[in-house]
Design a protein around this ligand. Structure first.
Ligand SMILES: Nc1ncnc2c1ncn2[C@@H]1O[C@H](COP(=O)(O)OP(=O)(O)O)[C@@H](O)[C@H]1O
Ligand SMILES: [Mg+2]
Length: 329
């Protein structure tokens, strides 16, 4: 969103002695980060045009119906990014059905950390079936993946790796990623830098578990906002679900067993009012005048489940833009 730039303000300037904590920052003027560093004389000035205030506002303005996500992402990303000496990379695992904002949130994080957002050269996205399609080439993929992660983390420690379609990720490849995620990670005996962010995006199975829990909640007449990570032992349910995945259960569970994932982030299914908000946002995006009645019509024409009550949008806000353009003359 182009307008976003004007909202940022410089909230903090730190002055640090030249040789102190600079090495780990590795952030220089003109880089792709939203933080920069200038050195004059004996001091370096670490200027933070902060993504911190930007991230909170961005989540508030552009993410609908995901109170758990907003809260956890804001706290986790902010505290990790301001920790100059983390003891482990940040590992977030996103769960939810299709179109509820998992990739959208990855983009929101990206654009608040890197000037070029998701286009930044520090962001590496892997989509299982796209990047690693052939089972026969698993050995080659494994070697490449290890080399890519290792090379990127060592040349730019504040890299971000997004693994989409994790449900379909081959166990052998998960095994490659695992050592990079650990406390004081070592790969082939070599210590790795620990400032990177890893996002794992899961859809189908665990998304359905969340949808079921959300539906039960709705049927009990409870407010969606009361649903938190610890409601109904939701985390346990999600973990069991990943663990029971026939194809890759064991290795996914080994990420869990080793406590490599810092936060399991649950995306709730979206209701009519959230889809309406998505349509309104798309109107802005398409430079249209916002029209609530039209947004309502577009949203209501999308499929909802369960069959009887029609509470949640089957595909969340996915293809909302494509539907909207059909209503424009
Ligand atoms: N919770 C949400 N808030 C705002 N927009 C959303 C939300 N969920 C989805 N969208 C919109 O729908 C599009 C598709 O969502 P996406 O994040 O790709 O879904 P998925 O969860 O399948 O990764 C996004 O680009 C975004 O425009
Ligand atoms: Mg997606």
């Amino acid at each position: 969103m182009a307008t976003q730039y004007s909202k940022w303000q410089c909230i903090s300037v730190f002055k640090v002695p030249m040789k102190s904590k600079l090495k780990f920052l590795g952030v220089m003027p003109g880089s792709d980060y939203r933080i920069f560093l200038s050195c004059y004389g004996l001091f370096c000035y670490f200027v933070d045009f902060t993504y911190l205030s930007g991230l909170e506002e961005d989540l508030k303005d552009s993410l609908f119906g995901q109170h758990i996500v907003s809260d956890v992402v804001l706290k986790a990303v902010t505290s990790f990014m301001t920790d100059s000496n983390p003891n482990k990379p940040l590992v977030l695992s996103f769960h939810g059905t299709t179109g509820v904002g998992k990739n959208h949130v990855a983009k929101i994080i990206a654009r608040n950390v890197y000037k070029k957002g998701i286009q930044s050269k520090h962001i590496h996205t892997y989509i299982s079936e796209h990047h690693f399609p052939h089972r026969k080439k698993l050995d080659l993929y494994s070697a490449q993946l290890k080399q890519w992660i290792r090379g990127n983390v060592s040349s730019s420690p504040r890299s971000m790796f997004i693994f989409d379609e994790m449900d379909k990720m081959q166990p052998q490849l998960i095994d490659v990623i695992k050592p990079f995620l650990d406390y004081n990670a070592r790969v082939d005996g070599v210590p790795q830098k620990l400032e990177a962010v890893y996002l794992f995006v899961y859809s189908n199975a665990s998304g359905n578990v969340i949808a079921e829990v959300a539906l039960d909640f709705w049927r009990e007449g409870k407010d969606r906002e009361e649903l938190w990570m610890n409601s109904k032992e939701l985390e346990t349910k999600i973990l069991q679900n990943i663990f029971n995945n026939k194809n890759s259960g064991f290795l996914h569970s080994s990420i869990i067993d080793h406590h490599l994932v810092d936060h399991y982030i649950l995306f709730l299914p979206l209701e009519l009012k959230h889809v309406r908000q998505c349509v309104m946002a798309e109107m802005l995006h398409l430079n249209m005048t916002q029209d609530y009645d039209l947004a309502d019509r577009v949203a209501r024409n999308l499929p909802f489940f369960p069959e009887e009550e029609k509470i949640f949008a089957v595909k969340g806000c996915k293809s909302v833009r494509q539907k909207l353009v059909l209503y424009v003359d």
